[in-house]
Design a protein around this ligand. Structure first.
Ligand SMILES: Cc1cc2nc3c(=O)[nH]c(=O)nc-3n(C[C@H](O)[C@H](O)[C@H](O)COP(=O)(O)O)c2cc1C
Length: 377
């Protein structure tokens, strides 16, 4: 099937499938399979970010791709983990210490973004410069917006894309000149708003007034992608699904949790970052909802408090507490696989959905009961 969707043609990709990942291997594999990959830079250490971007540029060859930054507002101008650690409230520090003992959390041996960095304007300024200097085709922003970044990205011929979880955020993004909106529903893995994808998408399409909109959150099948295109989206944007691919190098204990997890096993918590974030349930996350638990701290302090634990559970593949951001789309993860196998499956299902749609709509004229069923389902 050839897709005549304006954004797909503009980007020069084959399929209306957009894939977010923190893994270069996943991003390259999505591009090779005809989708549009977006590499998240929000977990890279400042000393590594240039190398990461150089590597992705080289490995993408001439294939189009995007780079993503998480840019929340109301964060400090600058500051180090050591500095902020001294200011953490006692109740949260003591509670975290108890949990560390209860779950026998080991000290990580390597540093990571979560052990060493505090999200601050100074850090973002560095990330922004590296992103703008790259040859990426799109600059994506999540959780927050920076007008200057959007303007400079567009001046360099890059598309400005923004993830939005509400009509209010969509209007703000459009007002700042964003070219493409990603309507990311409550179902999504990662930081998320309160409205489900199915209800959010038509509202974002209405305010976008013809500008391209993609749909994200809870999507794990080609039929769903076909469905959102039917609603007016120019593609589906997926994040959780790729965690099952070997290219993601997901720790085995986490992969098992995802394979065994249902949509109901994902929960929205502030215990990961300080902002509402959908993750796969784990005893570490659940402990933060116990009656004796204090409130998680606001971003970026919750990461200062618990970033070493997140790093440790991944480094040591800890089956007791490991978790990760994951959406209700976890229902689509049933085994370890590859990006190519996932893309092939999504593409085949897009065809199946199209055939079903054609056959059901052609039945409409002859059989009104089929029409009712098709409309209701
Ligand atoms: C592990 C993980 C990490 C994520 N990190 C980011 C991020 O750094 N920036 C971002 O824009 N979106 C991030 N997201 C959200 C995705 O871009 C996407 O909107 C979401 O995964 C879509 O819903 P789904 O998880 O049901 O596919 C993340 C998602 C996951 C699963």
């Amino acid at each position: 099937m050839t897709w005549n969707i304006p954004l797909i043609k503009q980007l020069g990709i084959k399929y209306p499938i957009f894939g977010f990942s923190h893994s270069i291997d996943v991003a390259v594999a999505i591009a090779r399979s005809g989708g549009f990959p977006v590499l998240g830079l929000g977990r890279e250490l400042p000393e590594d970010i240039k190398d990461v971007v150089t590597t992705v540029e080289r490995r993408m060859e001439d294939m189009p791709y995007g780079l993503d930054l998480m840019l929340p507002s109301h964060i400090p101008d600058h500051g180090s983990v050591e500095q902020f650690r001294k200011e953490l409230p006692r109740a949260q520090v003591e509670f975290t210490e108890k949990l560390r003992k209860r779950f026998k959390v080991r000290k990580p041996t390597r540093c990571s973004f979560f052990t060493d960095q505090v999200r601050s304007e100074a850090l973002f300024a560095e990330q922004i410069e590296v992103t703008l200097a790259s040859n990426c085709n799109a600059v994506v922003t999540a959780i927050g917006l920076r007008e200057d970044l959007i303007r400079r990205a567009k001046q360099r011929g890059k598309l400005a894309i923004s993830l939005v979880g509400s009509v209010k955020h969509a209007k703000k993004a459009l007002g700042m000149g964003v070219d493409v909106l990603v309507a990311q529903g409550y179902d999504a893995g990662g930081h998320t708003g309160m409205v489900g994808t199915m209800s959010l998408l038509p509202q974002i399409l209405a305010v976008a007034q013809g500008r391209p909109v993609l749909a994200a959150g809870g999507i794990a099948t080609g039929e769903q992608i076909f469905g959102v295109i039917g609603m007016g989206a120019q593609g589906g944007w997926l994040g959780t699904l790729w965690l099952a691919s070997k290219e993601n190098h997901t720790p085995k204990a986490l992969l098992d949790r995802l394979i065994n997890g249902q949509s109901e096993d994902t929960v929205i918590t502030r215990a990961h970052s300080g902002k509402p974030c959908r993750v796969i349930r784990s005893p570490w996350i659940e402990a933060w909802s116990e009656p004796s638990a204090p409130s998680p701290l606001p971003m970026p302090l919750q990461q200062v408090l618990t970033g070493d634990v997140f790093t440790s559970m991944h480094e040591f593949n800890d089956p007791a507490i490991i978790y990760e951001a994951a959406g209700q789309s976890v229902f689509g993860i049933s085994k370890a696989t590859t990006v190519k196998a996932q893309m092939d499956r999504l593409i085949r299902a897009l065809d199946v959905a199209k055939t079903r749609c054609q056959s059901w709509t052609s039945c409409v004229a002859q059989d009104s009961t089929v029409m009712n069923y098709a409309i209701k389902s």
